[in-house]
Design a protein around this ligand. Sequence first.
Ligand code: CTP
Length: 414
Amino acid sequence: MPAEGTPAQRVVLGVTGGISAYKAVEVCRRLVEAGVHVSPVLTADALRFVGKTTFSALASVPAQSSLFDEASPIPHTRLGQSADLVLVAPATADFLARYAAGMANDLLTATLLATRAPVLVCPAMHTEMWEHPSVQENLDTLRRRGVSVVPPESGALAAGDVGVGRLADPASIVSVALAMLGGRGDLSGRRVAVSAGGTREPIDPVRHLSNRSSGKQGHALAIAALRRGAEVTLVTTVERPVPAHPRLSVVRVDTAAEMESVLSIESDKADVIVMAAAVADFRPKQVATKKLTKDDGVPNIVFEPTPDILCGLVGRRRAGQVIVGFAAETDDPVARGRRKFERKGVDIMVVNDVSAPGVGFDHDTNAVTIMTADETEEVPLTTKDAVADAVLDKVVALLAGQEGRTGAPGAEEH
Ligand code: CTP
C-alpha cells in the first residue's frame, strides 16, 4: 500500500477481446490490493468476454469502453496524461497490430497514443497466431519504441489446444507492473545483486548437470527489489519474463564459474547480494569436446567441487554490505539452516524445507524461515512475491541498523 500521504500510482488497465480477459479481473483486483489506482478500459470485443460491471466493482473508478459515450468528452487524453503506467492484459493480435500501426480507433488505442507513461503489454492468443511473423514484427516494433512485454506462457489454450500463447499468470503480470511503477521505495539509491536458478555444468556439448531450481524465487526477489526502488542486477540461469526497466540489468549465465565471475564484479558496488541461485556443488572435471555416445560405453565422469560463490562473496564483503544466503533442506531445516548461517558468515539465511507441500522448486508458493544473527522468523506458506518482500524487509532493517552505526549517507531517503 502507498505510504500515508503518498498519492496512489495510476494504472490504466486495458483489456482486449480474448478468452483470457477473465484473468484481467484478477490482475485488476491484485493491483487495487497493492494500493494502485486502477482505471479499466475495455475494448468492444473485451465486452463479449467480460462485463464492465465486474471491473467497475473492483477498480478505483468505473470501467470505460468508448471514446464517445463517457461523461468526459475526451476520456483518452485525460486517461493517457494521468497514467503512471498503461498495462494491457490480455493483448490480442488485432490490438497489437492496431497499436503498432499507431491507430486510435477506440478508447484504448487512443489512450495509448495520448500517453507518455511506460506501457506493458501481455499478449495472449493461439500458438499459430503468436508465432505468425506479423504478430512478432508488430511486437518488435513496439519493443523498439520502448514498450515492455510479458510474453505468453505455454499451457492449455481455448478449445482444448495446448501450446504457447496462454496469458502469463496474473500474479507475475502484477509483479512486473508494480516493478515498473517502482522508484519510491525503501531500497531507492541501493544496488542489489540477485542470483537465480540452478547452474548448469556441462558434461559434453549436448548434456549438462543441473538441479530442479526454477529461478522463480530469485526472480521474485529481483522484481521486488526493483519495485522497492533499487538498482538491480539479476544474474540468472533461466529465461523468465522480466520487465525492460532502466534500473534492471539481467545477466544470463550457465555455470557456477560464470555466475561467480559476474557476482565478484557486482560485489564491488552492491549494497546487497542475495544468493538465491541453486549452485551445483560439483562439476565434471573435464568437459568432453565431442558428444559422448553409447559406443564409448558407460561414461566414467570424474567430478570436482565448484567454487563456493557465497563464501567468496562473504570473504570480500565491503563495509555495510548485506549478504543473504539461501538453504534448501529436507531434514531438520531450522537447525541445519542455523549451522549454515554460521558456517557461511551471511547476514541473513533464508531456509526452505523443500520436502514440505507447496514449498520450493517450481511452485509459485514458498514457506521459509528467515534467520538473522539474533532473530528467527517463520514465513508460512505464501506467494514467492510475499516471501521476497519478507526477505527484503529484513535487508532494509539491517541496512538501516548499519547506517545508524556508521552514519552512512542515504538514511534520509527512507
Ligand atoms: N552456494 C554458493 N556456491 C556453491 C554452493 C552454494 O554460492 N558452490 C550458495 C547458495 O546460493 C546458497 C547457499 O550457498 O545461497 C547455500 O547453498 P546450499 O546448497 O544449501 O549449501 P551448501 O554449502 O552447498 O551445502 P549442502 O548442499 O551440503 O547442504
